[in-house]
Design a protein around this ligand. Structure first.
Ligand SMILES: Cc1cc2nc3c(=O)[nH]c(=O)nc-3n(C[C@H](O)[C@H](O)[C@H](O)COP(=O)(O)OP(=O)(O)OC[C@H]3O[C@@H](n4cnc5c(N)ncnc54)[C@H](O)[C@@H]3O)c2cc1C
Length: 428
């Protein structure tokens, strides 16, 4: 329970609403609040697995093409694992996505001031590629086009959910749609299952009576697209580079067109300084941190944006008639690029579990889904939390383990394959 005003309001109305609902038919259908990566993907997966209709409410206007700019679909890029690509293939999205994506042929993990690195190669894993990287705006575009093309998905955007009320067998939502003159029109909808896909600071999660743990790491992630110079070795452009500095991990992921997507994490004071540097000085610092020999001279840096690394974990993910997904369920450190990949595995199983049921709010179904996702979620959560810490510690008990970790991954193909399988979302 929380002291959120929306939540208090909801509970003050539960009793009278439950009484009123006794005279009415039980609500049906699924409403997803939040049309980010998780919400859009879930709507498509639910339809794919047989749900006759899904309603999706998103607060921000969903524009076409390069104009798309929402909290989910901004200047970032996302590394999609082979498992995620397989799910997108099932949804018929591969062509739209892959035409804008860069393949990951290898993953290279290294640590500054240590010789050597661990490299996982697609061919050693018997795959054409380990995954692919796509800019979030294009990922959003592909999802949005598929959602708009599906007559069973009712997309309401931009619309603000202003009240959530518990009914006996579902939820009632009040939301406001802005008309062309900017005036807000009040609307209502009822559902048998309410899905919170509204991000890490989810109000819908609160309304479902689910609290969350927030762990502010004191670090931020700085992102930018980086243009490669002419001296970049061709084979380096298909590698996803992960470099552990004393201040935190730094990743450079391949993008189409001789560009790479940078995610540089570190203490807020460092990120303040990096963000304020002129482009040339920023690139020089990045070259030094990354090691010039790997990618040659870096030619350009695009717009820099930052994200606070406040790790979030919902204390529960299902209640009767309610389920929490995506960042609202777990917001991870971006070190291994696992947040969305993990979410998509969740969503795929949720949609499969619900299938074509006409009782999607049944706790037995939702609890079954949650229990079957616990193992994978716990493993990825622990690895994402543990990896940056392990590599950050310079001395002390972890120093030895850290080297062992890298050596072990390099020398034991079995262990490396297991790690790769998990990172690619192929492991059970
Ligand atoms: C720097 C960085 C790099 C990352 N890289 C990767 C990667 O390489 N690979 C990977 O797998 N993951 C990556 N992630 C994680 C990935 O970005 C998240 O998993 C993903 O954004 C989760 O999306 P979401 O839809 O759950 O939440 P969000 O992106 O927060 O979307 C929530 C949506 O809900 C809407 N909303 C909020 N409140 C309301 C309301 N009241 N009514 C209606 N709508 C509402 C918002 O407008 C928004 O559109 C990265 C994350 C960061 C920060």
């Amino acid at each position: 329970m929380t002291s959120d005003p929306v939540h208090d309001q909801i509970h003050s109305q539960v009793h009278s609403q439950m009484h009123a609902s006794a005279q009415r038919p039980a609500p049906s259908g699924i409403v997803i609040v939040g049309g980010g990566m998780a919400g859009l993907a879930l709507a498509l997966l639910l339809r794919h697995h047989g749900q006759p209709a899904v309603t999706l409410i998103e607060a921000v206007a969903l524009a076409e093409g390069e104009e798309l700019d929402t909290p989910s679909f901004d200047a970032r890029s996302t590394a999609l694992s082979a498992g995620t690509l397989a799910i997108f293939r099932e949804l018929g999205l591969s062509d739209a996505l892959l035409s804008r994506a860069a393949a990951i042929q290898a993953v290279d993990v290294s640590r500054r001031q240590r010789l050597g690195s661990t490299r996982m190669r697609a061919e050693e894993e018997g795959l054409a590629e380990l995954g692919a990287v796509v800019e979030n705006r294009w990922l959003g575009q592909a999802l949005l086009q598929a959602v708009r093309a599906d007559e069973g998905i009712h997309l309401i955007a931009p619309a603000r959910v202003v009240q959530t009320r518990r009914l006996k067998q579902g939820y009632a939502l009040a939301y406001r749609i802005a008309d062309k003159a900017g005036a807000e029109q009040p609307e209502q909808i009822e559902c048998a299952l309410l899905v919170a896909a509204d991000g890490a600071r989810s109000r819908i999660r609160d309304a479902l009576g689910i609290s969350a743990r927030f762990d502010d790491t004191g670090h931020d992630a700085l992102i930018a697209n980086i243009g490669l110079g002419d001296d970049c070795p061709p084979e380096a452009a298909g590698v996803a580079w992960e470099r552990f500095l004393d201040s935190g991990p730094l990743a450079l992921l391949p993008l189409p067109g001789r560009r790479m997507s940078l995610v540089w994490t570190g203490p807020r004071a460092l990120i303040d300084r990096l963000e304020a540097l002129p482009e040339a000085a920023f690139l020089a610092e990045l070259e030094q941190a990354f090691g010039l020999d790997r990618l040659g001279r870096l030619a350009r840096a695009g717009v820099r944006q930052r994200y606070p690394l406040v790790l979030t974990q919902a204390c529960a993910q299902a209640v009767p008639h309610g389920v929490v997904v995506g960042n609202a369920a777990h917001n991870l450190h971006p070190v291994a690029g696992q947040g969305f990949n993990l979410t998509l595995r969740d969503l795929s199983l949720l949609a499969e579990t619900l299938g074509a049921t006409d009782n999607p709010g049944a706790l037995s179904l939702l609890a079954d889904y949650v229990s079957r996702r616990e193992g994978d979620q716990a493993l990825i959560r622990q690895a994402s939390r543990w990896l940056p810490e392990l590599f950050r510690v310079r001395f002390g008990p972890f120093a030895h383990t850290r080297q062992l970790g890298l050596v072990a991954l390099t020398l034991w193909p079995g262990l490396r394959s297991q790690f790769a399988a998990r990172a690619m979302g192929l492991a059970n």
